[in-house]
Ligand binder design. Sequence first.
Ligand code: AHG
Ligand code: MN
Ligand code: MN
Length: 335
Amino acid sequence: MAADISKFTYFLGTALDRFISENQKQFTYASGELSQLLRDISLASKIINREISKAGLTGIAGSMGEDNIQGEHQKMLDVISEFRFIATLRRGRQTCGIISEEQAGIIDTGNHNAKYVVAIDPMDGSSNIDVNVSIGTIFSIYRRISPLGTPATEQDFLQVGANLVAAGYILYGPSNMLVFSTGFGVNGFTYDPTLGEYFLSHPNMKFASKGEIYSINEGSYHSFSPQLQYYLELCKKRKYSARYIGSLVADFHRNLLKGGIYIYPSTKSHPNGKLRLLYECNALAFIAEQAGGKATDGKKRILDIQPYELHQRTPFFVGSAEMVDEVMEILERKM
Ligand code: AHG
Ligand code: MN
Ligand code: MN
């Protein structure tokens, strides 16, 4: 009788590499470069995962003691993640230019014949590093507008989000996940560190049309508009759950899986909110729409906003479609 080995095995989905190769023909310009770029991003995420998993031991969980170009406090992992990403994309040779939260201008990779530019938030939720709570990376990929053979220009990055070729995020949580879209739905991959591979664990991810979670930093309640305050009271009356990790990637991911809305609004002191259009909001708006959700700045679709500068900020309402519609309708009311 053959031995029953089922209890010694576990299900392994499609490996990321296989998924990328099998789906490459969907891309409009299927010459393999975008596939390679996605592989490079997954490689960078594995390297960063390795840094993060030993951060508490090697003393890199702390601060740089300096501010970045946004005037925000920089953590060591902000800098290390950015360095790893840039090095991997440079080596991968599919990206001519990069913009990052941590640097003012365009990073020239030297690969002037490459077709793509990448906008990244290398380490999102960095205030959570020191306390060992989930953090992330957000990436956006555009086809360049400038001619091949020249360095990337600002115009390559100042494209509406609707032009995105691919976007996604990496969540460094209890498990690592890579979630991305090339415009044909959203797929989520979970990392198996023992094999060094991502496996398809969440095929064809969809936002519930309506959820019962709202994610916002309610500590700033008194600087919100009366309309937004009204919406938050409504959430409480309906006994929605308030969930706010303080890492956009993690909050967004929770709502994608469970149904909900994430809000980072304008406030009295920050009329454009806090989050950055090019390397935070556009990517998540793209994922949200591909998953049947919505993303707006409270008035208009995020992916239709014409950027005018690399580090511009925008208010952000993203998540289950009916929830985003409802809050937009309330924001228009006279109060
Ligand atoms: P980053 O760490 O890349 O600067 O992003 C932090 C962002 C986002 O991840 C999070 O949702 C938000 O800042 C939290 O801001 P508040 O502390 O104002 O709530
Ligand atoms: Mn961020
Ligand atoms: Mn960041």
